[in-house]
Design a protein around this ligand. Structure first.
Ligand code: S3P
Length: 182
């Protein structure tokens, strides 16, 4: 791949797959600004994601996410960390695939479970994992989402890698010359 073909680097993957930390590592290395879609949603809605889910429901959240991703994708030269379910929505997925190179950070359910339950084994803060057995819910959601995630341009197994190593793998795929000046 030619570095000058990369308009944006877009990170997708299940919650806690490392999108934010890999985004920060990439941004440090190549100087592109990092945009976190969840943060944009919170700032636009003026309330936390858990409140949007609780008060307005998942459909309203996805609608907001679609609009936010459309706006983020108007720019070039960004590292975009997307929310875990955004790539499952057909329209948001199309927007992302058209406006950048999409990397799926693949992560095993056990790794995700360990990360989201750290210090709080029974009550993960993520609304979609609330209620029931979190590990089973993670497995179920991952299985449902696998066909969508498989449409990313590239997939990277992250379980054994640090955020810096994942960033390195992404930059190797993008090719040399990706920098602030491209
Ligand atoms: C979601 C993941 C969250 C957030 C929302 C829904 C999902 O983002 O967008 O809670 O559907 O998996 P992270 O992947 O950044 O946790």
């Amino acid at each position: 791949m030619q570095a000058d073909q990369v308009r944006n680097i877009i990170l997708v993957g299940f919650m806690a797959s490392g999108k934010s930390s890999v985004g920060r590592a990439l941004s440090r290395r190549i100087g592109w600004p990092r945009v976190d879609a969840d943060e944009e949603i919170v700032s636009r809605a003026g309330r936390p994601i858990a409140d949007i889910f609780r008060d307005s429901g998942e459909d309203a959240f996805r609608e907001l996410e679609r609009a936010v991703m459309r706006d983020i994708c108007l720019e070039n030269g960004r590292i975009i960390a997307a929310g875990g379910g955004s790539f499952v929505d057909e329209e948001t997925r199309r927007t992302m695939l058209e406006c950048g190179t999409v990397f799926y950070l693949s992560t095993r359910p056990e790794t995700i479970h360990r990360r989201v339950t750290r210090g709080n084994p029974n009550a993960p803060a993520r609304p979609l994992l609330a209620g029931g057995d979190p590990l089973e819910r993670i497995k179920e959601l991952l299985a449902q989402r696998a066909p969508a995630y498989s449409q990313a341009h590239h997939s990277i197994e992250t379980d054994q890698l640090s955020p810096d190593q994942v960033a390195e793998a992404i930059l190797n795929i993008c090719g040399p010359g990706l920098s602030k000046s491209t």
